[in-house]
Design a binder for this molecule. Structure first.
Ligand SMILES: [Zn+2]
Ligand SMILES: [Zn+2]
Length: 193
C-alpha cells in the first residue's frame, strides 16, 4: 500500500457516492411523480411523503460524505506532491489506514444503495460471502425491511390495490448492511430455497 492506492480508493469512493446521489435523486423524482397521481389514498400519500423525507435525509448524508471524501482527496494529492514520485518512507508495522472507515462486515462496503422504484432489485451481497458472515445485528434505528419494500414496490408496479406496508425492524444483516424483518431473513438470503 502507498499513497497512490489511497488516493485511488478515495477517487473510487467519490465516484460511488456520486452514483448513489444520482440514484437517490432519481428515486425522489419517482416518488414525486407518484405523489402527483390522482386518487391516492391517505395511506399512500403518507407512505410516499415519509419515503421522500427519508430519501432527502439520505441525500444530505451522501453529500456530507462526498464533501469529506473531497477534502481527503485534496490532502492525499498534496501528500503525493510532497513525496514527488519518490517511494513513500517505509512505515514501521501498521499498514496505511484506509481513507474511509468501512462499516463492519463486508470489507470496503461503502455502498448502501436505495432500491429503484421502477425496477426494484435485491442487492447481490445477499448471496455473497460465507453464510456465517450474514449475522443479525440490532441497529439503533428502525428502518424498512428491504424485502418488504421490494414486495411492496413490485405490487405497486403490478397495480395491486393496497399492498401490505413494509415492516420497520431494527434487525439488520451485518454483512449486507440492510434492515430485514424476521419473516424475510431466510427468503432474502435465499436460505432453504
Ligand atoms: Zn420484511
Ligand atoms: Zn446478509
Amino acid at each position: 500500500m502507498n499513497c497512490t492506492s489511497d488516493l485511488d480508493q478515495v477517487i473510487d469512493s467519490i465516484k460511488q457516492v456520486e452514483e448513489d446521489i444520482r440514484n437517490v435523486e432519481a428515486n425522489i423524482k419517482a416518488v414525486e411523480v407518484e405523489l402527483k397521481k390522482d386518487g391516492l389514498s391517505e395511506k399512500d400519500v403518507d407512505y410516499y411523503r415519509e419515503e421522500k423525507r427519508q430519501m432527502r435525509e439520505e441525500k444530505r448524508q451522501l453529500r456530507e460524505k462526498e464533501n469529506k471524501l473531497r477534502d481527503e482527496k485534496i490532502k492525499l494529492q498534496e501528500k503525493e506532491k510532497l513525496t514527488d514520485g519518490r517511494p513513500p518512507p517505509k512505515k514501521t508495522r501498521q499498514p496505511v489506514q484506509p481513507a474511509m472507515k468501512s462499516p463492519p462486515g463486508r470489507p470496503g462496503n461503502t455502498k448502501r444503495r436505495r432500491m429503484s422504484h421502477t425496477e426494484p432489485t435485491l442487492p447481490p451481497c445477499r448471496l455473497e460471502g460465507n453464510r456465517s458472515d450474514h449475522q443479525i445485528v440490532i441497529a439503533p434505528q428502525q428502518r424498512r425491511c428491504i424485502y418488504c419494500s421490494y414486495l411492496f414496490l413490485l405490487a405497486k408496479i403490478e397495480g395491486k390495490e393496497d399492498p401490505p406496508r413494509p415492516r420497520e425492524p431494527s434487525r439488520k444483516c451485518l454483512y449486507c448492511q440492510v434492515h430485514i424483518c424476521k419473516d424475510h431473513w431466510n427468503v432474502f438470503h435465499a436460505i432453504g430455497s
